[in-house]
Design a protein around this ligand. Structure first.
Ligand SMILES: [Cu+2]
Length: 382
């Protein structure tokens, strides 16, 4: 077996879920001074990565491709490869990875590993477009998509835009053509006139009606997919409440049940901005925060409330926008995919302080989310 094949088989062992969750298997393959710079920016030692993988093994499939051995000596080797990964939610990412291997005690051990996410293709699966139009879109891009449902929404939005652009261009061409070749008409036979009208007016009108009807039905289905289908029972329950002029978020705590609230008990100064009733035992473990923190690749069932007036809950990068209406409980469910920090906006003019009504969403890796949650104290607003 060549050195390339041997190192490739060792990398494949490291991608194998059975090895990744085995402390002894990882200890055998990783050098004691092993260091990893993860694609999320994390810096992990051998002890830390063994603990992280044991508590939260990765979901989805992991396979490597484009494997290359770049340089080697009898005791040292550098390899690179691509690792396409499909998460449980179905979203695909590809990371570029590099590893430095060291030969000791008659075996190769991983000394250093680094992963870098490849940028996602911004306009996937569109029909080939003229270069000038594609270049125009690059200067006017959509925000980054950090949600599982965003790809389908983006594709539909762009499909709508291209169809409208094509029809507008066709209409202008017809107008110009009509102006250039216009001629005096002579009265025609009624039968011929009916056929002429059918071909030039009714058939195009029917085709456009079918086209826009189909686009509208598909758009409605995409919209309803985050609202009417219902969240998975295992989804993370979170509540978002809008009030002039802030967003508050509540997690139900270890009992998975939100405590009762009362508007008479609302007291932001006393750390109870949502008015959680202390008499309800379900509320004693509720966690109230002023920033929304969510784990990546887990479905979230978000309950929306408004205390005073209508507020617009919007996160452009998650392709979410839903009004929060006083007296109504509204649900949206979605799966964040890309760790990062994003802005939560209010998109309804809700009063004089509307301009400053925003909050922060942080999407964390599952192990980082668990660590964040364990550090929170209950019933407080930081
Ligand atoms: Cu508002």
């Amino acid at each position: 077996m060549t050195l390339t094949d041997h190192l490739r088989s060792l990398e494949e062992q490291l991608l194998n879920p059975a090895t990744r969750t085995s402390a002894s298997g990882l200890t055998h393959l990783l050098a004691p001074e092993f260091v990893e710079f993860g694609s999320s920016g994390r810096h992990l030692t051998r002890t830390e990565i063994i603990a992280a993988l044991a508590s939260d093994p990765p979901t989805g499939s992991l396979h490597l491709s484009d494997f290359h051995l770049h340089a080697s000596t009898p005791s040292w080797a550098l390899v690179t490869y691509r690792c396409p990964r499909q998460n449980a939610s179905g979203t695909k990412h590809t990371s570029l990875r590099s590893s430095t291997w060291v030969h000791r005690d008659d075996r190769w051990q991983l000394l250093f590993h680094q992963g870098t996410c490849e940028p996602r293709q911004r306009y996937p699966e569109l029909v080939p477009l003229p270069h000038t139009l594609a270049a125009f879109l690059r200067f006017w891009p959509l925000p980054t998509d950090a949600s599982a449902h965003g790809t389908a929404l983006d594709r539909h939005l762009l499909l709508n835009l291209w169809i409208i652009l094509a029809l507008a261009a066709l209409a202008h061409i017809l107008i110009l053509f009509g102006l250039l070749v216009r001629q005096r008409t002579t009265p025609t036979e009624p039968a011929h006139d009916r056929f002429h009208k059918l071909r030039l007016e009714y058939l195009p009108l029917a085709a456009l009606t079918v086209l826009f009807g189909a686009l509208a039905v598909h758009a409605e289905r995409l919209w309803a997919a985050t609202r009417y289908t219902g969240a998975d029972p295992s989804a993370l329950q979170v509540e978002a409440t809008g009030m002039q002029f802030a967003w508050y978020f509540r997690y139900p705590g270890p009992d998975y049940t939100f405590g009762r609230t009362s508007s008479a008990l609302v007291d932001p100064g006393a750390g109870n901005p949502l008015g959680i009733d202390p008499a309800d035992p379900h509320g004693t473990d509720d966690l109230t925060t002023s920033e929304l923190v969510l784990p990546a690749n887990r479905e979230v069932d978000l309950t929306l409330h408004a205390v005073d007036v209508i507020h617009g809950f919007a996160i452009p990068e998650l392709r979410l926008k839903q009004n929060a209406v006083p007296g109504q409980t509204l649900h949206i469910h979605f799966t964040p995919t890309t760790p990062g920090t994003y802005a939560i906006l209010c998109t309804q003019l809700c009063g004089s302080g509307h301009f400053r009504m925003n909050a922060t969403l942080r999407i964390l890796l599952p192990e980082d989310f668990a660590a964040w949650l364990s550090k929170q104290s209950f019933r407080t607003a930081p």
